[in-house]
Design a protein around this ligand. Structure first.
Ligand SMILES: *[C@@H]1O[C@H](CO)[C@@H](O)[C@H](O)[C@H]1NC(C)=O
Ligand SMILES: *[C@@H]1O[C@H](CO)[C@@H](O)[C@H](O)[C@H]1NC(C)=O
Ligand SMILES: *[C@@H]1O[C@H](CO)[C@@H](O)[C@H](O)[C@H]1NC(C)=O
Ligand SMILES: *[C@@H]1O[C@H](CO)[C@@H](O)[C@H](O)[C@H]1NC(C)=O
Length: 311
């Protein structure tokens, strides 16, 4: 009798474990199904489905563990990139090159057009001035370099002319011969190609912000939306909301547009960033990144390579 009970308990314990395993597996599968429907994702065959489901599961667990730990100024979440590994994401969705001839001493050698002053607002957002177009999606094209070049030109055109016009990334992708279209490119050569062409929006020059100087960067952002570069890692692409203070990649690989800055109720300073990954990413296509984190280069290198067009 004793033995029978022991066996029963063992059997019950075993079946209970398998049951809860299948349960969590089926809930992951279900979460994946729902995610696929939400973002219109399909896979060509079953092995691809299995592979993607596994990555999705790993990302989902990472997100849940991260968010449950609480205590961070930002949260992660599911978005259109949740079935990709960070390597895949970086390989396919970033795409910024920093010109090698730009040593950090040369960056910032061009004079600023403005004077630093103490009299700056606590919060500033170019969207409120109507100088930012809708969030675009670079899709599976490593052309963030063109997206951010275009966003900064849209900004300066609005500031100088009063008109907000949505400009074409495609034109840059096609016309900037020194960049590589959907295979990565340079923001400054994008500007140069526009300066040389007879584009609809004529800029006549561009300037750098002194590298690693977040005070000067703030002054530049007050003047107009600027183009910056960041080192993107895993938590970056799983970002959902809050002020990003997390892990970074090891090298600068993504171009973004800084369109403002501010300080949260908790006193966390941030840069406001417009991204080119569509509105489903982050805070409706925007991200806040820790400002003045005390490190040279800023959070994920955001203050290392900043440039803006002159009109
Ligand atoms: C399944 O699809 C993937 C991605 O399209 C492809 O690389 C792979 O070769 C396919 N496998 C089979 C067995 O058809
Ligand atoms: C949250 O993290 C900070 C350091 O980042 C630590 O000082 C604090 O004790 C943590 N709070 C909780 C509730 O874990
Ligand atoms: C900056 O300050 C200098 C000296 O006060 C002044 O001559 C110059 O015009 C100012 N530049 C701008 C852009 O305000
Ligand atoms: C923007 O989108 C890219 C994907 O295109 C993502 O890697 C990145 O983390 C997002 N955020 C920022 C601030 O670039």
């Amino acid at each position: 009798m004793k033995h029978l009970i022991a066996v029963c308990i063992m059997l019950w314990a075993c079946s209970y474990t398998t049951m809860s395993q299948t349960q969590s597996e089926s809930s992951t599968n279900e979460a994946h199904q729902q995610w696929m429907m939400k973002y219109g994702r399909t896979y060509t065959n079953n092995s691809e489905l299995e592979k993607r489901r596994k990555i999705f599961k790993e990302n989902l667990e990472y997100i849940e563990n991260f968010n449950n730990a609480g205590n961070k100024s930002y949260k992660l979440g599911l978005n259109p990139y949740s079935d990709l590994t960070s390597e895949e994401f970086i390989a396919s969705y970033t795409g910024l090159k920093v010109p090698s001839h730009l040593s950090s001493t040369k960056i910032g050698s061009k004079a600023l057009l403005f004077n630093l002053s103490d009299d700056v607002p606590t919060n500033f957002d170019w969207r409120e001035q109507g100088a930012v177009t809708y969030v675009k999606n670079q899709g599976n094209c490593e052309c963030c370099w063109a997206s951010t070049a275009v966003a900064t030109i849209e900004g300066i055109v609005k500031i100088k002319t009063g008109n907000l016009i949505s400009l074409s990334e495609q034109q840059l992708i096609d016309c900037d011969e020194r960049s590589h279209g959907c295979h990565k490119g340079y923001v400054v050569t994008a500007y140069e190609s526009i300066i040389q062409s007879k584009a609809r929006a004529q800029i006549n020059n561009f300037h750098y912000v002194t590298a690693n100087d977040e005070q000067q960067l703030l002054q530049a952002v007050l003047q107009q939306p600027v183009s910056a570069s960041i080192a993107v890692g895993r938590e970056f692409y799983l970002y959902r909301e809050g002020v990003y203070s997390g892990t970074c990649g090891t090298f600068i690989n993504h171009g973004v547009t800084i369109i403002g800055y501010g300080i949260t109720e908790e006193g966390v300073k941030y840069w406001l960033i417009k991204n080119s990954s569509g509105e489903y990413w982050g805070e409706s296509g925007y991200m806040r990144v820790l400002r003045e984190n005390g490190e040279n280069g800023g959070q994920c290198g955001i203050a290392m390579h900043v440039v803006y067009p002159i009109m």
